[in-house]
Design a protein around this ligand. Structure first.
Ligand SMILES: O=C(O)[C@H](O)[C@H](O)COP(=O)(O)O
Ligand SMILES: [Mg+2]
Length: 308
C-alpha cells in the first residue's frame, strides 16, 4: 500500500532518507510550459541538502540542450547537460551503441527536433523529422509526393517519437520504410506513453503515434528506449557509484505508473508518484502491493511546503 506524503514528518523523512532524486518531467516538474507549484523551491531545498538531482524524461521532442533552455525559461537554473536524460538521447545512443548503425547510413525520423539533434550530435544524418517539405502548405495529401515515392536507399533505421505536427504523409512514409526490404529496417520507438499531459488536458502521447504505425506496418518496435527501459538508469548508475552500490538510496519521482514507477522499481529505487500528471489517487491505491509506489503525493512541491 502506498504511503501518502501528507505530513511534515513524512515529507522530512523522504528528504532525509534518499541521496539521489530522479525526476520525471512532464506531469511532475511542469505541464507543457507551465512549472508546477513550488517545484523550483523543492529542487533548491534538495540541493541545499546536498542531494543529487537528476531528470529523466520520455518526452523526445527536445534534446538535452533544448531542455537546459526550458529549465532556464521556467525559472529552474543551474541544471547541467549531464543531469538530464531524455528518450531522444537514449534512442540515439541505442542506435549507435547497440544497433551499431554505421554512420554512413541515415535515420528516418517521425518526430521532432529533439530526436534529430541527438542523432546528429552522434554523427548521423537524419531525414524526415522537421523537414518543411513534409508539412508544406498544409494542403491535402499528395500521393505523388517526392518523399513518398523516392524512398532513400541509405535509410538504415526508423525512429518514432512524439510529434505535434503529425500528418498522413509522415505516417505513410514511415510505414513505407517499415515494410520495405522484407520489413528488415530496424524500428526504434522512443517511449510507450499513451497520453501527453499539457497545461490543462491530456493529449495524444508518443506511444499512441507509435501504435498507429506499428498497426499499419504489422511490426512491433525492435526497441523502446525510454522508461521503463533500464538503459537510462544504467547510464545514471554508471556515473553515480553511490546509487549503483545502493539503489535504495535513490527515489524515482514520476506521474505515470507503467513508465516512471516501473523504471524506478525495476532499478531497485523507491518511488514517489505525484498526482499532477497522468494518474489518479484511486488508480494508485488500486495497485497490487508488489507494484504500488512507495509513496504518493498531491504534488512534488509538498516536499517543500510541508517542511517549511
Ligand atoms: O507522449 C509522450 O511522449 C509522453 O507523454 C511525455 O512526453 C512523457 O514525458 P515524461 O513524463 O517522461 O517527462
Ligand atoms: Mg511524466
Amino acid at each position: 500500500m502506498s504511503l501518502k506524503v501528507d505530513s511534515r514528518d513524512k515529507a522530512q523523512e523522504i528528504i532525509d532518507k534518499y541521496d539521489y532524486f530522479l525526476f520525471d518531467c512532464d506531469g511532475v516538474i511542469w505541464r507543457g510550459d507551465h512549472i508546477l507549484p513550488k517545484v523550483a523551491e523543492t529542487l533548491d531545498l534538495l540541493k541545499k541538502n546536498n542531494k543529487t538531482v537528476l531528470f529523466v524524461t520520455n518526452n523526445s521532442t527536445k534534446s538535452r540542450d533544448d531542455y537546459l533552455g526550458k529549465f532556464e525559461k521556467i525559472g529552474i537554473s543551474g541544471i547541467t547537460k549531464d543531469e538530464v536524460f531524455g528518450s531522444s538521447y537514449a534512442s540515439a545512443v541505442y542506435i549507435e551503441k547497440i544497433l551499431q548503425l554505421p554512420k554512413d547510413k541515415k535515420v528516418w525520423v517521425l518526430g521532432e527536433a529533439g530526436i534529430e539533434k541527438e542523432l546528429q550530435e552522434l554523427g548521423y544524418t537524419t531525414i524526415g523529422g522537421t523537414d518543411p517539405r513534409l508539412t508544406a502548405d498544409g494542403v491535402t495529401f499528395d500521393p505523388d509526393h517526392e518523399l513518398l515515392n523516392n524512398l532513400d536507399k541509405d535509410v538504415g533505421a526508423v525512429i518514432v517519437g512524439l510529434t505535434m505536427n503529425l500528418n498522413y504523409l509522415k505516417l505513410s512514409i514511415t510505414m513505407q520504410y517499415l515494410i520495405k526490404d522484407n520489413k528488415s529496417i530496424p524500428f526504434i520507438a522512443t517511449n510507450i506513453d499513451s497520453t501527453f499531459p499539457t497545461k490543462d488536458k491530456l493529449l495524444i502521447g508518443a506511444g499512441s503515434i507509435i501504435e498507429s504505425v506499428s498497426y499499419a506496418s504489422g511490426r512491433k518496435p525492435d526497441a523502446v528506449c525510454g522508461k521503463p527501459n533500464q538503459s537510462m538508469l544504467n547510464a545514471i548508475k554508471a556515473d553515480n557509484e553511490g546509487l549503483k552500490a545502493s539503489p535504495g538510496k535513490g527515489l524515482m519521482v514520476g506521474d505515470r505508473l507503467n513508465t516512471d514507477m516501473k523504471f524506478g522499481r525495476d532499478g531497485g529505487l523507491d518511488t514517489l508518484l505525484v498526482l499532477t500528471g497522468i494518474e489518479t489517487e484511486d488508480r494508485v491505491l488500486a495497485q497490487e502491493k508488489s507494484v504500488a509506489p512507495t509513496y504518493y503525493a498531491d504534488k512534488l512541491g509538498d516536499l517543500f511546503e510541508m517542511t517549511q
